[in-house]
Design a protein around this ligand. Structure first.
Ligand SMILES: Nc1ncnc2c1ncn2[C@@H]1O[C@H](COP(=O)(O)OP(=O)(O)OP(=O)(O)O)[C@@H](O)[C@H]1O
Ligand SMILES: [Mg+2]
Length: 243
């Protein structure tokens, strides 16, 4: 009987930055198929580096990356992987490069070979879905941090990925926008790995939790997520609940 291979597999991935003496990632083994995974770890533990390795932006010292059971080796293979895996950068300014929002969001679909009309249609639809109706002609570099984050998300969702890698998606969002992002991710219901220090966000969007520590990626046996007290998003301003 043929066994299904995971969507993405990492086998014995190790990595050190050339200028560093110690090994940042040590023989990481991991796979994901349909899971929705949260990834936590201290600042500098290597979470972003791991995503960059998966996307082929950094070459691991050892180990293999497999997509649907096939090893991803060269730049051509990684171009294929980048069609299937949508990567939201930690810093949106690293992701957005076109003058206008529409050009940025349509870039991926055009690259996939869609006609300009189809690319525009899917881009406008994605922007609407993210609550960014009317943003299409806005100048990208003039957007606020949170707006940039949502536009960056639109640039990957417009490519209809099979798996999302999101690097700190909620870190610049106000409480209402953060809730909207949670709703969007639930509606998408795609497999994903979300790096975050926002445990409540992970509790709302993920079913498994991994931690990266001392170069090792370890699955937390059960969700180690506890509710906690927080500052009310409206502070002392008069407000109504449920709005
Ligand atoms: N290009 C680089 N050259 C050398 N060292 C680097 C480079 N990029 C990152 N590092 C170092 O590698 C370590 C891991 O960085 P990485 O960005 O992967 O951490 P992270 O877990 O994503 O942290 P954070 O939670 O702060 O985003 C850090 O100590 C960082 O300083
Ligand atoms: Mg990081």
């Amino acid at each position: 009987m043929k066994t299904e291979r995971p969507l993405l597999e990492l086998q014995n991935i190790s990595y050190s930055y050339p200028e560093s003496k110690s090994s940042l990632l040590q023989e990481i083994n991991f796979n994901i198929n349909t899971e929705q995974i949260g990834l936590i770890g201290a600042n500098g533990s290597g979470k972003t580096t791991l995503f960059q390795i998966i996307m082929g932006l950094l070459k691991p010292d050892t180990g293999k990356i497999l997509l649907h059971g096939t090893e991803v080796n060269n730049e051509k293979d990684f171009l294929g992987l980048r069609r299937d895996i949508g990567f939201l950068f930690q810093h949106s300014d690293d992701q957005l490069f076109s003058p206008t929002v529409l050009e940025d969001v349509a870039f991926g679909p055009l690259n996939l070979g869609m006609t300009p009309d189809d690319a525009k249609e899917i881009s406008l639809r994605t922007l609407n879905q993210l609550g960014l109706k009317g943003f299409e002609d806005r100048i990208t570099h003039k957007l606020s941090g949170g707006e940039k984050k949502l536009v960056a998300l639109a640039t990957i969702l417009s490519m209809q990925p099979k798996l999302l890698l999101l690097d700190e998606p909620s870190n610049t969002l106000d409480p209402a926008t953060r809730e909207r992002l949670i709703t969007i991710l639930k509606e998408q219901n795609l497999p994903h790995i979300i790096i975050s220090h926002d445990l409540d966000f992970l509790a709302s969007t993920c079913t498994q939790l991994y931690t990266l520590r001392d170069g090792q990626l370890i699955r937390c046996k059960e969700k180690q997520i506890h509710s906690h007290e927080h500052i009310h998003p409206y502070g002392d301003h008069p407000h109504q609940h449920g709005t």
